[in-house]
Design a protein around this ligand. Sequence first.
Ligand SMILES: Nc1nc2c([nH]c(=O)n2[C@H]2C[C@H](O)[C@@H](COP(=O)(O)OP(=O)(O)OP(=O)(O)O)O2)c(=O)[nH]1
Ligand SMILES: [Mg+2]
Length: 136
Amino acid sequence: MPSTAVKLVHVAVGVICDADQRILIARRADHLHQGGLWEFPGGKVEAGETVQEALVRELQEELAIAVAPEGCQPLTEIHHDYGDKAVRLDVWWVREFSGEPQGAEGQPLQWVAPHTLNDYSFPAANRAIIDAILSA
Ligand SMILES: Nc1nc2c([nH]c(=O)n2[C@H]2C[C@H](O)[C@@H](COP(=O)(O)OP(=O)(O)OP(=O)(O)O)O2)c(=O)[nH]1
Ligand SMILES: [Mg+2]
C-alpha cells in the first residue's frame, strides 16, 4: 500500500548539566540515524513509559548514571522531519544524578561550556535545542 507517512519517533532527551554548568554531549555511532553527529543523550520512549521514565532508563543504559525522575525539568519540545524519519524530541534538564557518566555503549563523551555548543556538529533538530539552552 503506497504511503507518504514517515515514521514518527518520540524521543526523551537529557541536557545534563554539572555543578560547573557544563553540558554533556555524546557522539552518535556512525551506523545510527544521524550517525557521526553529536547529541544530547537519550532515546526512544517505549510503549507504556512516561517520558521521564524513558529518560531515566536511557541515561542508565547509555551513561550508567542514576537520575531520579523528579530531578528532571522540562526544557523544550522540538518537532523535526528528517524526510526518512520524523522526531518529537522531549528535552529535559538533568541537574541531579549520581555516578560519573561513562559511554556505556562505547560512544565518546564530552563536557562542554554552553557557549561552545555551536562548535560541534549536531543533527538539524538540535539547532532549536541549543537556542533554548542559550536563552535559559
Ligand atoms: N538522543 C538524541 N536523539 C536525537 C537528538 N537529536 C536528534 O535529532 N535525535 C534523533 C536521532 C534519532 O532519530 C532519534 C533518537 O533515536 P536513538 O537512536 O537515540 O534511540 P535509542 O537510544 O532508543 O536507540 P535504539 O534503541 O534505537 O538503539 O532522535 C539528540 O540530541 N539526542
Ligand atoms: Mg539514544
